[in-house]
Ligand binder design. Structure first.
Ligand code: AHR
Length: 528
């Protein structure tokens, strides 16, 4: 599914040099707080892939697993708690082979298909448009439909939009009513293709940008439904894709997507999700933080064509990508989730908050049982991953005003052949310095300030001094996510090994907060 490839098996350990400072200082710049963090930065992605839909979100009404109209009760309740703001579906690569009409009407009449992208699994189409849009309504989240451009027609996509959103006496609205849904759904986000440079049709940017113009023309706004149309954007370091799309089609789009995975390689092993050493950990943190550079560079290209920032950048796939869990089907991308994954989540979210003048959505891949998921299921059992806990702890930042910060902390130098090899293959200077602390802050509608801190140092506790400026606070309360080992994870036998706990290692005195941040910990505080 990816372009860049290199032999991760040839990696050698990086040399890690850490300077001696054991403290960090943060200053909140409340006077520069302007930008609202869109709730969509906390978006999710659900693809017909492995057991994300079937067995993860959906078991069907007749299942012995407790369900609400076919949706797993345990998973549904956990997602409701998470306040999922937007859910992207049905792919991913699957979207460009998905024919929506196969997924409507009586279930017994729905044709089966082969899921060619993901292990050749037979897809029975029992989870289709109604099942998805009803789930979004129940969760109270915005649906994000990813349309088929690779193997579908303009007519097919245009009719799908009409089926979902037209309330008039139109042919597709009548068909929807025959299938049991009277009122149109509200659908805001519409992706016009996915990874059109790869699994979505192997197109060149010039060709796709014309196709985008054609397909998007016929996706109409019915009644009071207003579509927010998203062009299939670049992956990682493909600056040219963004440039060509902006040049040719910016006037017809509200957003352009970007995909970036924290992955060590695309050929051979991507590395184990659970077995890694300290070098691997720090290297992963570096690769994760490189997303900042990638966002900045794509934004700069967009600025050239759209200085008024009318077109948004939507990071609609991101997260970790490891080797599949031993013993599982390779094409199903089922992976475990350790405290390391939790740091990829916290560091990434800290970065996303900084760029919300252009970055309006981010969808972690994927919601259940696939890649860096929130939830893992096995038959009737369910567990919450460390990544779920980060999303829950960070929920306080949704729709709050971002407070820019200054951060001074110790820096690790990342040296070694691993970076040199990557550099040669991607033809891009990779990040060689790694701050050991990451942080973000925001102020919500009630005026409450929340600060999130990550100490990625695997050995040392840090004393963090936070200068509050003109913010008045007498105490701070919060939660911490940590564990004895960085490779700890939750299992069905021990589902609560990694979970948040109350945190009170904080002192406030004369506008200064002192926080004792344990090694390998993530903390979110509320000032009071
Ligand atoms: O998230 C898994 C896959 O990664 C998606 O289907 C595709 O868009 C990307 O390559």
């Amino acid at each position: 599914m990816k372009k860049a490839s290199f032999l991760s098996s040839l990696f050698v350990a990086a040399t890690l040099t850490v300077s001696a400072q054991e403290s960090a200082t943060i200053t909140l710049n409340t006077d520069k707080a302007e930008q609202i963090i869109p709730k969509e930065i906390y978006g999710q992605f659900a693809e017909h892939l492995g057991s994300c839909i079937y067995g993860g979100l959906w078991v069907g009404e007749d299942s012995s697993i407790p369900n609400i109209n076919g949706y797993r009760t345990d998973v549904f309740n956990a997602l409701k708690e998470l306040k999922v703001p937007v859910l992207r579906w049905p792919g991913g690569c699957f979207a460009d082979e998905y024919h929506w009409m196969d997924g409507i009407g009586p279930k017994e009449n729905r044709p089966k298909m082969v899921n060619n992208n993901w292990g050749g699994t037979i897809e029975d189409n029992s989870f289709g448009t109604h099942e998805f849009l009803n789930l979004c309504e129940m969760l109270g989240c915005e649906p994000y439909i990813s349309g088929n451009v690779g193997s579908g027609t303009v007519e097919e996509l245009a009719k799908w939009v009409e089926y979902m959103t037209s309330d008039g006496d139109s042919p597709m609205a009548r068909l929807r009513r025959q299938n049991g849904r009277d009122k149109a759904w509200k659908v805001k986000y519409l992706g016009v293709g996915n990874e059109s440079w790869g699994c979505g049709g192997n197109m060149r940017a010039e060709y796709y940008s014309d196709l985008y113009r054609r397909y998007s023309t016929y996706c109409r706004d019915y009644d009071d439904n207003k579509l927010y149309k998203i062009a299939s954007g670049a992956t990682d370091y493909d600056w040219n894709w963004t440039k060509v799309l902006m040049e040719n089609s910016k006037d017809l789009m509200q957003g352009i997507s970007l995909h970036y995975y924290t992955v060590s390689g695309w050929v051979g092993s991507k590395g184990s999700a659970t077995e890694f050493n300290h070098d691997d950990f720090y290297w992963t943190m570096g690769k994760c933080r490189e997303i900042e550079d990638v966002i900045v560079k794509h934004c700069k290209i967009m600025d050239q064509y759209d200085p008024e920032k009318k077109v948004a950048l939507l990071l609609d796939e991101w997260g970790t990508w490891w080797d599949v869990e031993p013993g599982t089907i390779p094409g199903h991308l089922y992976q475990q989730n350790t405290l390391r994954d939790a740091f990829v989540a916290s560091l990434s979210l800290d970065i996303f908050h900084k760029y919300t003048d252009r970055l309006k959505m981010a969808n972690i891949a994927q919601i259940v049982n696939v890649l860096q998921s929130m939830i893992l299921t096995k038959e009737d059992k369910m567990l919450l991953t460390p990544t779920y806990h980060v999303f829950k702890m960070y929920g306080v930042h949704q729709e709050a005003t971002y407070i820019p910060i200054e951060l001074d902390c110790k820096i690790m130098n990342l040296e070694g052949e691993r970076n040199q090899m990557r550099e040669e293959l991607i033809d891009y200077p990779v990040l060689r310095t790694l701050p050991m602390v990451s942080a973000t802050a925001s102020k919500n509608a009630e005026g409450k300030i929340h600060i999130s801190l990550s100490n990625i140092d695997l050995e040392n506790e840090l004393e963090v001094t936070i200068n509050l400026g003109d913010v008045k606070a007498t105490k701070a309360v919060g939660e911490i996510l940590t564990s004895a080992k960085i490779d700890d994870y939750n299992t069905f036998e021990n589902p609560n090994l990694v979970k948040p706990a109350a945190f009170d290692e904080v002192k406030v005195k004369k506008g200064v907060l002192k926080v004792k941040l344990p090694a390998k910990s993530i903390v979110t505080l509320q000032l009071q």
